[in-house]
Ligand binder design. Structure first.
Ligand SMILES: Cc1cc2nc3c(=O)[nH]c(=O)nc-3n(C[C@H](O)[C@H](O)[C@H](O)COP(=O)(O)OP(=O)(O)OC[C@H]3O[C@@H](n4cnc5c(N)ncnc54)[C@H](O)[C@@H]3O)c2cc1C
Length: 515
């Protein structure tokens, strides 16, 4: 096959799909990116209502260099197209006892903040950070963007993972270093950002502490949607074909290989490689034909899914200048609430919330004198059997009342143009199995080799990127999955990757591709 003409079709335009499209284009492939929604970005789509703009999903950007790499690969500079700004504080926590805690880049300020709760935890945090760096050096630097195709790839990592005690949970990891109950909660929430319960997620995910400190927490002016638009234009300038509003119904197979896709309107598009950014369980269940090779690696009965999300988008007719850009509002219960969400799969009366106020950084999100918000509430996924047509409006009222009574006084009167997404929307819009917010859960037995692989074990030209695949959810995770995919292709003479980078990558990549 003439590699210059290799045609790669990518199903889904989340950040994993976009990363894959750009990387394969940089390798000289003809690339077609197909998205069922009318806009690109997947969970990072954008809503506009009555002059209020809302990023639907990701807002916290923690490894901006991973986006820069995508521009670099096609010979451009991200800074010429988008403006990433640091956010301070990174997060403000409001605990149920009325106390607040600012967590951010300035280490002196952070020590003072921790000291207000328990001075012993100041040195505890230093130890937590050092332990997080040790995990980061292996979990992120060495493993995140490597494909785990063979069990021996996993075996090789076992000694390092055991040394780092990845059998421990995030909560056990944090509790070893921190004693104050509020600060323990604040430093345990990271798994929730990728769909996991801190009480069962492997402590590998504690690397997020160090990841935040290494590169900071950023916001893209104009929103994450502005970043998606900039990447869309980058792809257009470099001749990636983009098709929106087109649902891939089936992946076509011939002689044991994927040979293209069929859209819901019957159009067939042939391909040399098919890359799925769609949810892997949905792909295996609904999009692959009955073929013994198209065997789902993780059986449904053994699969644990991430939690569902209820996201309430709203504007306010006045501004709340004291509310930080990224705010965590903690309810009274923590472990019990998470048990309801993840284990008992029961929609509780109470909740903890993440509140996004982009107008804290970028006033263009709302009409003058107003604020734009979304509030994200972790809830059980659709395995709970919750009737969302009944529960969603009730949950909306409970959340508005709780915020009105605490950090957003008078919200009941100032709220405007509100609407929500619940797990049924995640199931319908993104074709997410059980409406899960982050695909399969990030537990140890669903990580690395145990997670959906970046290449199907039996169909050699069927690939996977995105939250359900190695290494997992979150923007750094799904962009790393596209890097892992990249390593599975041989370096080509037609590549637009700068020669030196190509030389540096060549040894690794040809080895991975051969396996
Ligand atoms: C509310 C929310 C807040 C979040 N906040 C953050 C954050 O602040 N920081 C962070 O790092 N991460 C955050 N995340 C996680 C992060 O957004 C996701 O893990 C990541 O964006 C998922 O990317 P993905 O590549 O898996 O693709 P997805 O975004 O899941 O996109 C997959 C795309 O495939 C399309 N598709 C599916 N099936 C088909 C088909 N058959 N044909 C055509 N197209 C199809 C879907 O329509 C969708 O557009 C958040 C997630 C949510 C939901």
């Amino acid at each position: 096959m003439n590699e210059k003409l290799a045609h790669s079709v990518i199903i889904g335009s989340g950040f994993g799909g976009i990363g894959a499209a750009i990387r394969l284009r940089a390798r000289g492939h003809k690339v077609t990116l197909i998205e069922r929604l009318d806009q690109l970005g997947g969970r990072a789509q954008v809503f506009e209502k009555n002059g209020f703009r809302h990023d639907a999903g990701p807002t916290v950007i923690t490894a901006p260099f991973m986006f820069e790499e995508l521009f670099d690969l096609l010979g451009e500079r991200m800074a010429d197209h988008v403006n990433m700004v640091p956010v301070a504080p990174w997060y403000r926590f409001h605990f149920a006892d009325g106390r607040a805690f600012d967590y951010g880049e300035d280490m002196d300020a952070l020590r003072n903040e921790i000291g207000r709760f328990n001075s012993a935890d100041i040195s505890g945090y230093e130890k937590l950070l050092a332990a997080s760096k040790a995990i980061f050096d292996v979990g992120f630097t060495q493993l995140a963007d490597r494909p785990f195709l063979r069990f021996t790839d996993m075996i090789r990592q076992i000694p390092a993972l055991m040394r780092l005690r990845s059998d421990r949970t995030v909560s056990q990891f944090v509790n070893r270093h921190i004693t104050d109950p509020n600060i323990r909660k604040a430093f345990s929430i990271q798994p929730l950002l990728v769909g996991g319960n801190p009480f069962s997620t492997t402590s590998i995910y504690s690397l997020i502490h160090y990841l935040e400190r290494e590169w900071g927490v950023h916001f893209c002016m104009g929103g994450t949607g502005a970043l998606v638009r900039a990447l869309e234009k980058l792809m257009q300038r470099h001749d990636i074909d983009i098709i929106t509003g087109a649902d891939v119904e089936k992946i076509l197979m011939k002689d044991g290989r994927a040979c293209g896709v069929r859209l819901a309107d019957g159009t067939e598009i042939s391909a040399d490689n098919v890359v799925c950014n769609a949810d892997p369980p949905t792909v295996y269940r609904e999009m692959l034909p009955d073929d013994k090779r198209a065997k789902r690696p993780l059986p449904e009965a053994l699969t644990q899914y991430s939690m569902g999300l209820y996201v309430l988008y709203f504007g306010t007719t006045k501004q709340y200048p004291d509310i930080a850009h990224h705010t965590i509002w903690m309810g009274k219960r923590f472990k019990g609430l998470l048990g309801d969400i993840f284990n008992r799969k029961k929609l509780a009366e109470d909740f903890s919330l993440y509140l996004h106020r982009p107008t804290a950084t970028d006033p263009s999100f709302a009409p003058e004198g107003c604020d734009s918000f979304y509030v994200l509430c972790p809830v059980p996924n659709l395995q709970s059997g919750t009737d969302w047509s009944v529960e969603a409006p009730k949950l909306r009222d409970r959340i508005v009342s709780a915020l009105d009574a605490t950090i957003l006084p008078d919200l009941k009167n100032t709220i405007t143009a509100d609407f929500w997404m619940d797990p049924t929307d995640f199931q319908r819009d993104y074709r997410a199995t059980h409406g899960a917010g982050f695909s399969i859960a990030p537990i140890f037995r669903q990580s690395a080799w145990f997670r959906y692989k970046n290449r199907d074990p039996h169909i050699e030209n069927l690939y996977f990127v995105g939250a359900g695949t190695h290494p997992g959810a979150g923007l750094p995770g799904v962009l790393s999955s596209a890097k892992a995919l990249d390593r599975l292709f041989p370096v080509s003479a037609a590549s637009s990757i700068p020669p030196q980078t190509r030389l540096n990558q060549a040894a690794d990549i040809t080895k991975d591709a051969a396996e």
